[in-house]
Design a protein around this ligand. Structure first.
Ligand SMILES: Cc1cc2nc3c(=O)[nH]c(=O)nc-3n(C[C@H](O)[C@H](O)[C@H](O)COP(=O)(O)OP(=O)(O)OC[C@H]3O[C@@H](n4cnc5c(N)ncnc54)[C@H](O)[C@@H]3O)c2cc1C
Length: 231
């Protein structure tokens, strides 16, 4: 009975979804970070003024949120970065998606932009790469200088254009490392008094622990923006 009710609710939810077409799929070597380009006609991406999420159908009655990292208003295309190196419905979907596939999705707001101009620090794991690329795209460097550290849990060969176009990003790749420890060490190397806003995103435990560690430091006066993506 509960199952039938859940299915009915999902049916209503899906009626509000739109249809997108996968126009490109790129896998970083060794293969577990997947870049997906979606054609999303009818969405005025030029109007996006906050970090978005696309609630995406990844299986029967299964939905996951993914972050548009970049978008092109003229072509109505956006790009998402999906971590697939774990066993999960979303990860399996990301691993198997192909150019030409139809995807059902609903766009929604995810995270606000900084309340005040000033330097931003971003700390996140691979699931939050899109989150920080979107934050960079939505803020201008004159008023919002940005530094970002991303922990990637695989020994990826990073796309050359991603690295060259984002000199503000420190990419820490370590298949045996721990996101909290790597990002905490990256934060320790910085002058935290410089930041007006600190964004932390990715695994829930990591986000909470980093926030706890940084928030009450004497030199920190930044406002915190946490985004917990997965448990
Ligand atoms: C607002 C928002 C935006 C998001 N944007 C993105 C995005 O751009 N890219 C992205 O990859 N994810 C993003 N996520 C997370 C995404 O929605 C899923 O939660 C994630 O893909 C895991 O779903 P799953 O079905 O694969 O695994 P689940 O069924 O949720 O989990 C299965 C197992 O895998 C583990 N697991 C889940 N995710 C990871 C991971 N990334 N690395 C290692 N182990 C993991 C879990 O701990 C669990 O043990 C976002 C979440 C939110 C709320």
């Amino acid at each position: 009975m509960a199952n039938m009710v859940a299915k009915a609710v999902m049916g209503v939810l899906e009626k509000m979804f739109s249809s997108a077409e996968v126009v490109a799929v790129r896998k970083w070597k060794p293969g577990t970070m997947v870049e997906i380009e979606l054609h999303i006609p009818g969405v005025d991406v030029g109007e996006w003024k906050s970090i978005k999420r696309l609630k995406t159908k990844v299986g029967e009655c299964e939905y996951r949120d993914y972050t548009p990292a970049d978008w092109d208003a003229e072509r109505s295309v956006c790009t998402m970065y999906i971590e697939t190196g774990h066993e999960g419905t979303g990860g399996n979907w990301g691993n198997n998606v192909k150019t030409g596939d139809e995807v059902l999705y609903g766009p929604a707001h995810a995270t606000v932009l900084p309340a005040k101009p000033g330097r931003i620090l971003g700390l996140g794991d691979g699931s939050a790469l899109g989150h920080f690329l979107a934050l960079k795209k939505l803020t201008d460097r004159k008023d919002y200088p940005i530094d970002v550290a991303i922990f990637l849990a695989d020994d990826y060969v990073l796309p050359k254009n991603l690295v060259s176009e984002n000199p503000e990003f420190e990419f820490i790749t370590d298949a045996y490392g721990d996101a909290f420890e790597a990002l905490a060490a990256s934060a320790e190397r910085r002058d935290l008094s410089l930041y007006t806003s600190i964004y932390i995103a990715g695994n829930s435990g990591m986000v909470r622990e980093l926030k706890k560690m940084l928030r009450y430091r004497d030199e920190v006066s930044a406002r915190f923006y946490g985004a917990e993506f997965w448990k």
